[in-house]
Write a protein that binds this ligand. Sequence first.
Ligand SMILES: NC(=O)c1ccc[n+]([C@@H]2O[C@H](COP(=O)([O-])OP(=O)(O)OC[C@H]3O[C@@H](n4cnc5c(N)ncnc54)[C@H](OP(=O)(O)O)[C@@H]3O)[C@@H](O)[C@H]2O)c1
Length: 244
Amino acid sequence: MKIAVIGGTGLIGSQVVTILNASGHEAVPHSPSTGLDLLSGQGLPGALEGADAVVNLTNSPTFDDASPAFFQQTMDNLLAAASAAGVGHVVVLSIVGADRVPGLVYYRAKVLQEDILKAGPVPYSIVRATQFFEFMDATVFSTADENTVRLPATLVQPIASADVAQAVAGVGVGAPLQGTRTIAGPEVFPLDELGTITLAAHGDHRTVVTDSSAGFFAAASGDALIAGDGAVIARTTYREWLAR
Ligand SMILES: NC(=O)c1ccc[n+]([C@@H]2O[C@H](COP(=O)([O-])OP(=O)(O)OC[C@H]3O[C@@H](n4cnc5c(N)ncnc54)[C@H](OP(=O)(O)O)[C@@H]3O)[C@@H](O)[C@H]2O)c1
C-alpha cells in the first residue's frame, strides 16, 4: 500500500514510516520540512496523489487557545484534499479521555479533530492512546523548582511511543474502522508516584510534593485518562523503558 504519513518527521510519525516501510509498504513522510504545510494546504495534492491511506500525525505547535483552530483548519484541508484525491482511509491519533477533561483546551481541540474526521467524507479510523513515556519528563519537570516537583495524584496509564506507532501502523494498513481503537500502557500510576520514579531514574534528588492544582494534568480527575474495557494493552512497562 502507498501511505502518506503527515507529521511523518515527528515522534510517532517517524516510527510509523519506518515500521510500514520495513513491512513492504510505501510510506512517505510529509511535514513542513518536506514541503507540506497542512495549515495552508501547500503541497497537499501532490502528497496525496496515488495514496491508498493517509495517517495524520501532526501536532499543534502549542497546547493553548490556538490549538482548536490548528486542528479545525488542518482537518478541513486534509479531508477536502483526501476526498478529491480518492483516498480510501484517513487515520488520526487522539488521546484516551480527551472528551473527559473539558478543562483542557488542547483536549477539546483533539475532540474537535475527531468530530471533524467522523463527520467528513472519507472512511476513517481513530486511534486513541494514553500519554507517551517520552512526554513524562516534560510533564514532571514543568512544575519543578530547585528542591521540589509539584504534581497532582491524577491517574495515568502511560505507554511507549514505539508501542503506539505499532498500533497506528497496523490500523493504517487495515480496513477503516469507522470507529476508535484504544491503546494504553500496562500499568496505572498516580502522576505524583510516576514523578518519584522518573526523578529516581535521572538520579535527581528533588522530592515530589503532591499538589492537586499543579501542572497540565491537574485538570483531569478520577480515571479520566485511564483506558476502559476493550483497550489494547501494550507490553512495555515504564521501568523497562527507563532502563533502556
Ligand atoms: N504526547 C502524548 O502523550 C500523546 C498521547 C496521545 C496522542 N497524542 C497525539 O499524537 C500525535 C503525534 O504526536 P507527536 O508527539 O508524534 O508529535 P510531534 O513529535 O510534535 O510531531 C508533530 C509532527 O507534525 C508536523 N507538523 C507540525 N505542523 C505541521 C503542519 N502545519 N503541516 C504538516 N505537518 C506539521 C511536524 O513537522 P516538523 O517536525 O517539520 O515540525 C511533526 O512531523 C498528536 O496529534 C498528539 O495529539 C499525543
